[in-house]
Every structure is written in structure tokens, then in C-alpha cells.
Write a protein that binds this ligand. Structure first.
Ligand SMILES: *Cc1c(COP(=O)(O)O)cnc(C)c1O
Length: 419
């Protein structure tokens, strides 16, 4: 059974009518399906059951505590990129030894927090960062478990903003220089070399780039072994794509089919960092039509959600399907679906064929579970919107709508301005 579908002309999330949720908590809001999240995790994690592995959900895709907790209960870990995400993962109950920490710019305070928590490994992106970790670990009397993030120079054939595995991007250490970096790292007394990491990009719709990148990494692991550097964790990153429109991303089984044979006999644990693939299609953004305006030969459907709530269309030109919550007949119209923000870039969809809608109608913006809420902001002093989760015929608020007071929390008018 699909997690989001029409039943008797009314759009449902599992057994809950979306319009009933809108009546209760007002619009706009994010709505996640517990069943879809669970199914996605099991399909992904299950695909790799043929070898020792750990699925570390990329927290930046959706960092709600309820989502993190669900994956932790399923046996998953967390791939974090900041001290804030470490805090969230621990708060949600992710065991520290299932947390991996990536990112080119970790601060010393973040490194210290990660070592205090006792995370599985830090994925290191430069010589200077390695030195900083060695220093912090030394001060704490610890040995820091690390993997070097290697840039395999593989083109993932995706949007340049979410492509990472080419030499020209800021991520990782060029593969030709990796051996030398490992040799240097071996000499550092507070570093334990436990793994190797790479992540080539996001929203990949073919398996070949994954396999090409991993083949290069496996060669490197063998060379490291030959020098006595015994790497036992291979972290292949995330990046598996989902369907937004008409893409044909591989099923996790297909990814596993391409990846597992390369690791045969290596005696490694595979670490995976899926983000979008676990949450993207498990969430929708629900918004209400405020006005329909015809101007300059165009139709604008003005809704109460905006680019601050869902940034992907403005930022990447990303496509999200938009469907009316009450099934509609009638001749489709071509419209721009836009928000109230004072920017021309504020749109959820452009030149989109949609059924005729009118003021008061609810719309569901599909595939909004990944990089939706987490990229939202308070631009135009718009309180961030609530997140809710459906399970069977119930729904739960998993993050409340922000209030105006939340908007000004921490702000102060200094005395001198009051005089
Ligand atoms: C963003 C990111 C991921 C997750 O990417 P998805 O495309 O959402 O699967 C995994 N690992 C790292 C290092 C990342 O930066």
C-alpha cells in the first residue's frame, strides 16, 4: 500500500486524511509517514545484509528527533556534519558508536564533543584538520578513531551544487595524495586509522559512479594494507537518488549488487550514509492556496508556503510534484505556484500543469521529506512550520510551529538605543 494516495478523492497519508491534519494544525506543515520511513530504512539496510554493515542516516536530510529515533530503533546510526547534529543524534538515542562525523570545517569544540561522546569515527578532510584532531585528542588523553575522506575524482552526473566527488570540489583529499596522507597520519600518536571514507554526490540515478568510485577506494585499501595500515571500515557515503518526477534511480538492491562484490574477501565493515533515499519520499509539504491571480498572461497560484519553508526549487531549480488534496477534475491550467516572500525566486513550481484550484484549496508538495524542513529559515520573519508524523490512523506533532516570540528569542535592544 502506498503511504501517500487518494482515497475516495481525498489525499491520505497512511490512514489519515491530509485535510483533517490541516484542520487541526493549520497550514503550512510537513507531514511524514512512519510506514514509509520504516519501509525505506528496511529496504536500504536489508539490501546490504550480506556483509557486516552499518547504515548511518545522513542527519542533514531530516534532523527531526522523531525521525532519528525511528532509524536508531531500526538499528541505524547517524552521519553528522556539525556539533548541533551530534547533539540531536545523541538526544534521539543514537548510540555514539554508530555515529560518524563528516565535514571540511570541524571546529575544535566540535571535535572535542565528538571524542567525549565516543563516536565511531571522524571523517577527516585535510592535513590541518588531522593535526587539530590529534592535538585535541592528545589534550584529552584519547586516541581519535578516524577515516580519511578521499576524493575519488568520479563524476556522479548530478547537479553541480550536490556533486562532491570531483577534484575541483572542496571535499576530501585527492586520491593520488591519499597514501601519503595515511603515512603521515600513522605517525600521529593520538590518531587511530580505522577507516576510509568517500561520498561522491547526491541524487545519483545510476549505480556505475558508485561502483567506479568504490573500485578506486578498494585499490587504495589494498595498497594501505601492503604498508601495514590496516583499514577495516569502508564508508561509501550516501547519494542514492529518489523519484521526484520521472527519474529511474536504482533500488538499493541494485546498489548493493554493484558494491558488495567489490568488497568480497576484504574483511571490512561497510558504512553507508543514505539521506534522501530514506526520507525524501516519506514526507510532503502541505500548503493552502491564498489567492489565484492572472497577470501578464500568466497564472500565479499564491500559497502560504514559501521558499523559506522549502528551498530546493529556488536553490537548485528542483522539481517537486504538486497535487491537490481534494481530487479535482477540470481542464488543467499552467501556473506558477509561488509563496508570499518578496523575491522573484520564491516559487515551489514554475509553468506547472495543475488541475484548476481556487482560494482555500489545499495542495501537497511531494517528495519533501529530505532537505525540506532542515533547509528552512525564518526569512521574512516567517516562523518555521510544524512537522507531523502519521502512523496508521494517528498523527503526532513532532515539531511545533514556531511562534513570534521564538522569532525574537535571544534578541536584545541595547541600552544605548533606548536612551
Ligand atoms: C549529504 C551527505 C550524505 C547524504 O547524501 P544523500 O544524497 O542525502 O544520500 C552522506 N554523506 C555525506 C558526507 C554527505 O555530505
Amino acid at each position: 500500500m502506498a503511504s501517500f494516495e487518494y482515497r475516495n478523492g481525498s489525499f491520505h497519508a497512511e490512514d489519515v486524511s491530509v485535510s483533517a491534519v490541516a484542520d487541526r494544525i493549520d497550514t503550512p506543515f510537513y507531514l511524514y509517514s512512519h510506514a514509509a520511513l520504516t519501509d525505506n530504512f528496511r529496504a536500504f539496510d536489508g539490501a546490504f545484509s550480506g556483509m557486516p554493515h552499518l547504515t548511518c542516516f545522513a542527519v542533514k536530510a531530516n534532523s527531526n528527533l522523531a525521525v532519528l529515533s525511528l532509524f536508531a530503533k531500526e538499528g541505524g546510526g547517524a552521519d553528522i556534519v556539525s556539533g548541533g547534529e551530534l547533539f540531536r543524534a545523541l538526544r534521539a538515542g543514537v548510540p555514539a558508536d554508530r555515529i560518524v562525523f563528516a565535514g571540511v570545517g570541524k571546529k575544535r569544540s566540535e571535535i572535542q564533543a565528538a571524542l567525549e561522546a565516543g563516536i565511531r569515527m571522524l571523517n577527516v578532510e585535510s592535513r590541518e584538520e588531522l593535526a587539530a584532531i590529534n592535538e585535541v585528542a592528545g589534550r584529552m588523553g584519547k586516541k581519535a578513531p578516524i577515516a580519511l575522506r578521499v576524493n575519488p575524482d568520479i563524476d556522479p552526473k548530478t547537479h553541480p551544487y550536490i556533486s562532491t566527488g570531483l577534484r575541483k570540489y572542496k571535499f576530501g583529499i585527492a586520491i593520488e595524495e591519499a597514501l601519503e596522507h595515511y603515512r603521515e597520519a600513522r605517525a600521529l600518536s593520538n590518531i587511530a586509522l580505522v577507516g576510509i571514507h568517500h561520498h561522491i554526490g547526491s541524487q545519483l540515478t545510476e549505480v556505475q559512479p558508485f561502483a567506479d568510485a568504490l573500485a578506486r577506494i578498494v585499490d587504495l585499501v589494498r595498497n594501505l594494507r601492503a604498508e601495514g595500515i590496516d583499514i577495516r571500515q569502508i564508508d561509501v557515503g550516501g547519494g542514492l537518488g529518489i523519484v521526484y518526477k520521472d527519474e529511474t534511480p536504482p533500488h538499493p538492491d541494485e546498489l548493493a549488487g554493484a558494491v558488495l562484490p567489490l568488497l568480497d574477501g576484504l574483511g571490512c565493515t561497510l558504512v553507508l550514509e543514505p539521506g534522501r533515499a530514506l526520507v525524501g519520499n516519506a514526507g510532503i509539504l502541505v500548503t493552502r492556496v491564498l489567492y489565484v491571480k492572472r497577470s501578464g498572461g500568466k497564472t500565479f497560484v499564491i500559497v502560504d508556503a514559501a521558499m523559506n519553508d522549502l528551498t530546493r526549487p529556488s536553490l537548485y531549480g528542483a522539481y517537486h510534484a504538486v497535487v491537490p488534496v481534494r481530487e479535482r477534475g477540470g481542464k488543467p491550467v499552467k501556473a506558477d505556484i509561488v509563496g508570499p516572500i518578496c523575491e522573484s525566486g520564491d516559487f515551489l513550481a514554475k509553468d506547472r500543469e495543475i488541475p484548476p484550484v481556487s482560494s482555500g484549496d489545499l495542495l501537497a508538495v511531494m517528495s519533501a521529506g529530505a532537505y525540506g524542513f532542515t533547509m528552512s529559515s525564518n526569512y521574512n520573519s516567517r516562523p518555521r512550520i510544524p512537522e507531523a508524523m502519521v502512523r496508521d490512523d494517528n498523527f503526532f506533532i513532532v515539531r511545533e510551529r514556531e511562534t513570534f516570540e521564538d522569532l525574537v528569542r535571544g534578541e536584545q535592544i541595547p541600552e544605548l538605543l533606548l536612551a
